[in-house]
Structure formats: C-alpha cells, structure tokens
Design a protein around this ligand. Structure first.
Ligand SMILES: NC(=O)c1ccc[n+]([C@@H]2O[C@H](COP(=O)([O-])OP(=O)(O)OC[C@H]3O[C@@H](n4cnc5c(N)ncnc54)[C@H](OP(=O)(O)O)[C@@H]3O)[C@@H](O)[C@H]2O)c1
Length: 158
C-alpha cells in the first residue's frame, strides 16, 4: 500500500526555497506517529531539506537520477519504478515529497493524508491537481484552536 502524506495550502502550495511553508507542531507529531516504523519515500531535494538527515526509526528511501549517489542510513532508488519495487508489501509505505515525487506517485497512491492549511502562501512548489472523483473522503477534522493558521486533516482512499 502506498500513501501520500502532505501539507497543502489553499493555493496548492507545498514549499519554497526547498523549505516547508509553515511548521505546525501538531501536524509534525502526527506525521511522526503515522510514519514511525514504516518506509518513507522522498526525492533527493526533500532529503536535503531534512535538518538532521534520515528520519529516525523509519526506512528512508531516497530517489535520485544520480546513479553513484549513496547516502548513509538511506536506501537509494534511481527511478519511481525501483522505489515502488522496494516498498514493503505487508504494510503502508509513505511518500513524503516533494513536488516532483508527489506528481509521479499520485496515480500510484492508494491513500492520501492531506493536511490542508487554510491560508495562501507564496511558493515555488505545488501539489499536483487532484481529481477528487477518484478519491473518497474517509475522515476530516478541522483544527482552529491555538494555531497560527487553521488547518484540516483530510484522509482519502481510492
Ligand atoms: N508540504 C509538504 O508536505 C512537503 C513535503 C515534502 C517536501 N515539501 C517541499 O517540496 C519542495 C521540494 O520538492 P521538489 O519537487 O523541488 O523536489 P523533490 O521532489 O523533493 O526532489 C526532486 C529530485 O528527486 C529526484 N527525482 C524526481 N523524480 C525522479 C525520477 N523519476 N527518477 C529519479 N530521480 C527522480 C531528482 O533528483 P536528482 O536531481 O538527484 O536526480 C529530483 O531533482 C521543498 O520546498 C520541500 O520543502 C513539502
């Protein structure tokens, strides 16, 4: 099973200057809880944006075109197909970004965990357009209390 997990602004923005657009502590905790013990898949640019290297207690798969690129603590995939083959077939595998990786995995994904941030951000990276006719919303929770920007946890399955 392949799941996408992403924080998306109202204007579909997801990043700028290889950084996230905002830090939502509750969302980061939820991300950690959902992904710990699982496989996370990311593009090389997103890997480089991580402040402390590979995400601990998770199998990190990093996708790059650079065939000789190796990163300590990560498994390397040199194509989307290779990353899919490396997925654990018994459990959930999380695609964690960034834009180019989400775009290529969206048609392959079974589940979407979207944190919709109800704010427009200036950005250089955007989530691809979602054809909602292909997805069923299975849970939705809006958070408005004690937050800088209100946001909603939305979970969709195919
Ligand atoms: N809002 C969120 O939830 C969220 C989550 C994650 C990231 N982000 C943001 O997204 C932005 C980064 O996204 P991005 O699109 O610029 O970069 P990215 O998707 O993280 O990584 C792009 C790199 O992945 C490799 N790649 C992509 N497709 C490939 C393929 N088919 N085969 C082999 N390698 C492939 C290439 O590496 P090489 O150049 O080495 O070949 C490419 O340069 C940042 O701003 C980050 O903060 C947001």
């Amino acid at each position: 099973m392949i799941s996408i997990i992403v924080a998306i602004a109202e204007n579909n923005a997801i990043g700028k200057d290889n950084k996230l657009l905002c830090h939502i502590p509750g969302d980061l905790k939820r991300f950690k809880k959902l992904t710990t013990g699982k496989t996370v898949i990311m593009g090389l640019k997103t890997f480089k944006s991580l402040p402390n290297g590979p995400l601990p207690n998770r199998r990190n798969i990093v996708i790059t075109d650079k065939k000789n690129q190796k990163i300590d603590g990560c498994d390397m995939a040199y194509s989307i197909e290779e990353a899919v083959e490396m997925c654990n077939t018994d459990e959930e595998n999380f695609v964690i970004g960034g834009g180019s990786i989400y775009r290529q995995f969206l048609p392959l994904a079974d589940k979407l965990y979207i944190t919709k941030v109800h704010h427009n951000f200036d950005a250089d990276t955007f989530f691809p357009e979602i054809d909602y006719s292909k997805w069923k919303l299975i849970s939705s929770k809006k958070i408005t209390k004690d937050v800088k920007y209100p946001f909603s946890y939305l979970t969709f399955v195919k």
